[in-house]
Design a binder for this molecule. Structure first.
Ligand code: GAR
Length: 219
């Protein structure tokens, strides 16, 4: 049996995406294992979720570092210590710098709760509402040195209705996040993702019923 992909997850918050990945690894639909969770926020719900799943947790509080590079170096050291193959940002609310990217080239994934390149950054559900967009969604992408600018792997679309609020839209988007993030990780695990210029080529391609643009949503 080939060696399972070793994932290092970085999270800051409640960890529902982390949970979705834990669950899909457990049921075998993602052929990988999360070997370490690194969290910058000592109180984050993600830590309890990882502990419950028997995953090693490391808390690296950004507030105890004067320098961003030193913070990122501490993260890299923990990832390397755990012999991680792939870094997965699961609601990680710090900007990832070259220190991490150079150590894991084309091996850092992120999930973003909007349809990039629309609405990068923070509070993007409210921004989509304020803008009057009729659709939003979520994006799994490789991380590059920009903010939410890296090559796109999978997107899912959700409609925005007149009575949506920031919370209701975020909840709808999260349902899709929990589907597309594990799927993208499995594609990576299968070695099917190749970056050409800034396009992600899925090779071999997905079958018709299993497309990378998800609307209607992935089952
Ligand atoms: C998710 O909506 C994720 O897309 C977003 O934070 C939430 C984390 O939820 N990430 C970002 O905005 C990254 N800039 P979770 O902790 O329940 O997975």
């Amino acid at each position: 049996m080939s060696k399972k992909l070793r994932i290092g997850a970085l999270a800051s918050g409640g960890g529902t995406n982390l949970q979705a990945i834990i669950d899909r690894c457990a049921d075998g639909s993602v052929e990988a294992e999360i070997v370490v969770l690194i969290c910058n926020n000592p109180g984050a719900g993600a830590i309890a979720r990882a502990e419950k799943a028997g995953i090693e947790t490391v808390t690296i509080d950004h507030r105890s570092f004067d320098d961003r590079t030193d913070f990122d170096k501490a993260i890299v050291a923990a990832l390397q210590q755990a012999e991680v193959d792939l870094v997965v940002l699961a609601g990680f609310m710090r900007i990832v710098t070259e220190t991490i990217l150079d150590s894991f080239p084309n091996r850092v994934l992120n999930i973003h709760p909007a349809l990039l390149p629309s609405f990068p950054g923070l509070h993007v559900q409210q921004k989509a509402l304020d803008y009057g967009a009729r659709f939003s969604g979520c994006t799994v992408h490789f991380v590059d040195s920009g903010v939410d600018t890296g090559p796109i792997i999978i997107q899912a679309v959700v409609p925005i209705f007149d009575d949506d609020t920031e919370d209701s839209l975020a909840a709808k988007i999260l349902v899709q996040e929990h589907k597309i993030y594990p799927r993208a990780i499995q594609l990576f695990a299968e070695g099917r993702l190749r970056i050409e210029n800034r396009r992600v080529i899925i090779d071999p391609p997905l079958a018709n019923e299993d497309v990378a643009l998800i609307n209607p949503p992935l089952r």
